[in-house]
Write a protein that binds this ligand. Structure first.
Ligand SMILES: C[S@@+](CC[C@H](N)C(=O)[O-])C[C@H]1O[C@@H](n2cnc3c(N)ncnc32)[C@H](O)[C@@H]1O
Length: 289
């Protein structure tokens, strides 16, 4: 299908026709709205009112770029360069995982905590979405964001600056914390993490847009020990979580009980596993007594 003229409605028809085999009409509508509103700096009502508007050649090229990228299975959020997360616009690109809705549910759970939190650390921060959302919820709390990927940390720092939310970015390996960092006197009231947790064996069942475009360091763990990150974080929390403090995890629906058992070996109590909106057990809270 070709674009007959450059009116918005004609370009919209082209966009929908080219992608109809891959996306549902509601997905296409949502993507179309986001692309045009961002590009033209319009509200959604302006988009409705401006259907007869003519797009410039460069706007048309911009839309064609999205069509090409989507046909090549590039995730929409990477093409758009941003996504909404807990009311924040988080810039995202292939340096870090795209923030997911179930992770927003984890943040919502943390927001219910009534204890005063002086210090929070988000381990495996990626784009910084969890750390930044928590800073926006608890503005007086010191929030740190840690990752091993320098690319991801650069993106987290960029997001922090853009959103004017002050967080400390730390470059460390969760599987092998440096002795300087570990011996640092700081303790935390909340430790949160959404670490890599997908066993390599599940790769073949995953869609191309994830495995070919999102960083594999953010996703996969060895089949032999899929809860390795949780084990190391629990050991870290044993030293660095304040008494009465909380540990929050996002996790694979199959490993909640295994992580819970490991927590009890380290003296944690009050473990609670919650289901996400899709009914999968994907979040865990534990308290240090
Ligand atoms: C599942 S992603 C989570 C990103 C973000 N927290 C979110 O919820 O969207 C896991 C993150 O762990 C980081 N990571 C992988 N191995 C790590 C390690 N050994 N130490 C610290 N971070 C690591 C990756 O770079 C990635 O950003």
């Amino acid at each position: 299908m070709f674009v007959t003229d450059n009116t918005l409605s004609s370009v919209k028809n082209y966009f929908f026709d080219r992608l109809a085999a891959i996306f549902s009409p509601s997905e296409l509508k949502s993507m179309w709205t986001q692309i045009i509103c961002k590009r033209m700096n319009w509200s959604t009502s302006e988009l409705l009112l401006n259907q007869g508007e003519r797009l410039s050649e460069s706007d048309l090229l911009h839309v064609r770029g999205f069509v090409k990228g989507l046909l090549n299975e590039v995730p929409f959020q990477y093409l758009l360069g941003e996504t909404d997360f807990y009311g924040l616009t988080i810039s995202c690109d292939s340096r870090a995982l795209i923030p997911r809705p179930e992770t927003e549910e984890l943040v919502a759970w943390i927001s219910e905590i009534a204890i005063p939190s002086n210090r929070i650390i988000d381990l495996c921060t990626g784009s910084g979405c969890i750390a930044l959302a928590l800073k926006s919820i608890f503005p007086n709390t010191e929030v740190s964001a840690l990752d091993f990927s320098l690319d991801a940390l650069e993106l987290a720092a960029f997001n922090a600056e853009k959103l004017k939310l002050e967080i400390e970015c730390i470059h460390e390996d969760v599987l092998n914390f440096s002795s300087e960092f570990h011996s640092d006197a700081k303790s935390y009231d909340i430790i949160v993490s959404n670490p890599p947790y997908i066993p390599e064996r599940e790769k073949s069942m995953m869609s191309n847009h994830v495995i070919q475009h999102e960083p594999s360091i953010a996703l996969f763990v060895a089949d032999e020990d899929p809860i390795i990150f949780y084990k190391e974080i629990i050991k870290f929390a044993q030293d660095k979580l304040s008494k009465g403090g909380f540990l929050f995890f996002e996790l694979h629906e199959l490993f909640g009980n295994e992580v819970s058992e490991y927590l009890s070996l380290f003296g944690f109590k009050e473990m609670e596993i919650r289901k996400d909106l899709q009914g999968k057990s994907r979040m865990l809270k534990a308290q240090k007594v």
